[in-house]
Design a protein around this ligand. Structure first.
Ligand code: GUN
Ligand code: ZN
Length: 437
């Protein structure tokens, strides 16, 4: 048993429904040997109730729940920062040539290692990961994530048209290879399988039907894809299917409570109704939406229709792994929408980056906040002494202000320690500049 002593912040209840930031200035979190949070309160109270537990002093900074990234592409780890193109040009010129390199297993293994380090170093403890078009590369991603201890849901990305020929597969092969990967990884440790049609544009009806069959064949599997990201993409999907984008999935029964669709920047009201009624979640990816010029996310309409929303970095369309940056960009985008924007507080941002993501992935009973009964998935944000963020945290007038400064200025190198299930997954060695800690 260990008591972590720190300033603890989390947002267990949805701030869009009245929830607020929960804070312990000098808090204690008691973690059992198997990684469960067994007690929580002021340090003095928790210490008093558990006098024999070891104490780990996390002096300075903030202890937060581990971040949940609901949309991130492993094969794009090396191409972050391809600026200046809209979606379909960026896919052709930047993303898909790199995705084709995943045919080389050694290359994919190297990228997988870089990718899981990118997540863990940023404080992301759980992610819904877009895999690769090649089964051995997806296997390499699962191996790397599992070695590192991350909670990862991922799968084989499939498509049978309009990509590059070497990325195309067949409906039968997609099913067979997906099932083999799921048999190996689904429910194994912290990994789960996600059936992953790339997007309707690249999938025939036969391919989407095979995805539905695979999803049904793997109990507890997830379904993830893209939707309504860019006007040219949407027009092409409507031409190909003769219906709206959400309907192209829904008619194959791919929209449900285990579905997470990325972007949804340009939905119709009918599409939002369908997503809400079926209980699907949307991964809002604001740095990607800005970088690819996809548009301003209509958070107001998602909330009005009751569609669940979480955050995704969309690496490499997005600009990095940090959920601080993603949260800040979500705030910027709403602020810039004027009267239609939803004013987001730091508590909203933390909720979107943690509990909302956990809910979208069906893991809310286990993770998403630092309350009793949750797994100890946590981030110690502890910026190097004297940096602007360190100064800002020291001089914050209240917890909300401290958290706003964390989102405004926090980067991966400010994340000193990261735990999943009570196990350290970011070591002091990697946090090289924290040697003094
Ligand atoms: N739509 C289909 N593939 C992709 C991708 O890799 N990134 C983004 N942002 N959108 C997509
Ligand atoms: Zn994406």
């Amino acid at each position: 048993m260990i008591i972590y002593r720190a300033q603890v912040l989390d947002v267990p209840d949805d701030p869009f429904l009245g929830g607020a930031l929960r804070s312990e200035q000098d808090g204690g979190i008691l973690v059992s040997d198997d990684g469960l949070i067994a007690d929580r309160g002021s340090f003095a109270d928790v210490r008093g109730r558990n006098p024999s537990a070891e104490v780990c002093e996390l002096t300075g900074g903030l202890l937060l729940p581990g971040f949940v990234d609901t949309h991130v592409h492993f094969p794009q780890a090396r191409i972050i920062g391809g600026l200046g193109m809209p979606l379909l040009d960026w896919l052709d010129q930047c993303a898909l040539p790199e995705e084709a390199r995943m045919a080389d297993l050694r290359y994919a293994q190297d990228v997988a290692a870089e990718f899981v380090s990118g997540l863990a170093d940023a404080g992301t403890t759980t992610a819904l990961v877009f895999g690769a078009h090649f089964a051995p590369a997806v296997d390499a991603l699962f191996s790397a994530a599992s070695d590192r201890g991350l909670r990862v849901t991922s799968g084989l990305v499939v498509g049978d048209r309009m990509l590059r020929p070497e990325l195309h597969t067949t409906a039968q092969r997609a099913y067979d290879e997906g099932l083999a990967l799921a048999n190996r990884w689904h429910g194994e440790g912290r990994t789960r399988y996600a059936v992953t049609p790339r997007f309707a544009l690249s999938c025939s009806d036969e391919m989407l039907a095979s995805c539905a069959a695979l999803h049904a064949a793997i109990p507890g599997s997830w379904l993830t894809s893209h939707v309504n990201e860019n006007p040219a993409e949407i027009a092409t999907v409507e031409d190909l299917f003769g219906c709206n984008y959400v309907e192209s999935y829904h008619r194959h029964d791919l929209i449900g409570p285990h579905t997470v669709l990325a972007h949804n920047v340009h939905p119709t009201d009918g599409e939002l109704d369908c997503l809400a009624t079926r209980g699907a979640a949307v991964a809002h990816c604001p740095t990607s939406n800005a970088s690819l010029g996809s548009g301003m996310f209509p958070l107001d309409r998602h909330l009005a229709h009751g569609v669940r929303v979480a955050l995704g970095t969309d690496v490499g369309g997005g600009t990095g792994y940090s959920m601080f940056k993603e949260g800040l960009q979500a705030y910027f985008m709403q602020h810039l929408r004027g009267a239609r924007g939803i004013p987001l507080t730091a508590a909203h941002l933390l909720h979107l980056a943690t509990a909302a993501g956990a809910a979208a992935l069906g893991l809310r009973d286990e993770i998403g906040d630092l309350g009793v009964g949750r797994r100890f998935d946590a981030v110690w944000l502890r910026p190097p002494t004297g940096t602007p963020l360190d100064v800002g945290l020291h001089h914050a007038g209240d917890p909300e202000q401290a958290l706003a400064r964390a989102f405004a200025m926090g980067v991966s190198t400010d994340v000193a320690r990261v735990w999943v299930d009570g196990e350290r997954i970011k070591t002091e060695r990697l946090a090289y500049h924290h040697a003094e800690l």
